[in-house]
Design a protein around this ligand. Structure first.
Ligand code: IMP
Ligand code: MG
Length: 167
C-alpha cells in the first residue's frame, strides 16, 4: 500500500509537545485516559512531556450497530479510580464523534471532577454528533489517514508520521 505523508514526524512531535505544555499548565495533577488501539502512541508521547503528576490508563471499546443506533462495547475498562479527579480523555481522531460522545458519557458516569477531550486529529467536516475536543493537534480534511497509531485494517500504526492512503 502506498502512502502520501501529510504531517511529518518533526511537525507531529512539535505539536504534541505544545499540547503537553498546555495540559501541564492546566493541571497540577491529571488522569490521562487513552482509547486503544489508536491512541497508544499519542498518549505515550503526550504524557512523557507533561511535567506534573500524570496517571495513565487505557480503555478499549468497539462500536457496533444495533437495532437503530450504534452502541459501544467496552472490551477493557480503566482500572484507575477517577472519582473526583481531573481527567483528559485522549483519542487519535475525532471523526463522526460517535465513539467519543459515548465514551464521554461512560467516563462521566464515574464522576470525575472534570473531563476534557484531547485528540491528535480532528475532521470537523465529518461530524454527526455534537462533541467538541478541548485540545486538538491538527484539523484535517475528510481523507482517510494512517500513522502514529492510526491504521487501515491494522496497517500503518507504527509510522512516525501521518499519511493519506493512495489506493
Ligand atoms: P468516530 O466515532 O466516527 O468519531 O470515529 C472515531 C474512530 O474512527 C477513531 O478513533 C479511529 O479509530 C477511526 N477513524 C476515523 N477516521 C479515521 C482515519 O482517517 N484513519 C484511521 N482511523 C480513523
Ligand atoms: Mg479509535
Amino acid at each position: 500500500m502506498r502512502v502520501r505523508p501529510i504531517i511529518n514526524s518533526f511537525d507531529l512531535q512539535k505539536r504534541v509537545i505544545e499540547l503537553s505544555k498546555v495540559i501541564e499548565k492546566d493541571y497540577e495533577e491529571v488522569y490521562v485516559i487513552g482509547l486503544l488501539n489508536g491512541a497508544f502512541m499519542f498518549v505515550s508521547d503526550l504524557s512523557r512531556h507533561i511535567r506534573t503528576n500524570v496517571f495513565v490508563d487505557f480503555m478499549k471499546a468497539s462500536s457496533y450497530v444495533g437495532d437503530k443506533s450504534s452502541n459501544l462495547n467496552i472490551l477493557c475498562d480503566i482500572s484507575l479510580d477517577i472519582k473526583d479527579k481531573d481527567v483528559v480523555l485522549v483519542d487519535d481522531i475525532l471523526d463522526t464523534g460517535k465513539t467519543l460522545s459515548k465514551v464521554k458519557e461512560l467516563i462521566l458516569s464515574k464522576h470525575p471532577k472534570s473531563l476534557k477531550i484531547c485528540v491528535l486529529l480532528d475532521k470537523p467536516s465529518k461530524r454527526e454528533v455534537d462533541v467538541k475536543a478541548d485540545y486538538v493537534g491538527f484539523e484535517i480534511e475528510d481523507k482517510f489517514v494512517v500513522g502514529y497509531g492510526l491504521d487501515y485494517n491494522g496497517f500503518g500504526r507504527n509510522l512516525d508520521f501521518i499519511a493519506q492512503i493512495e489506493i
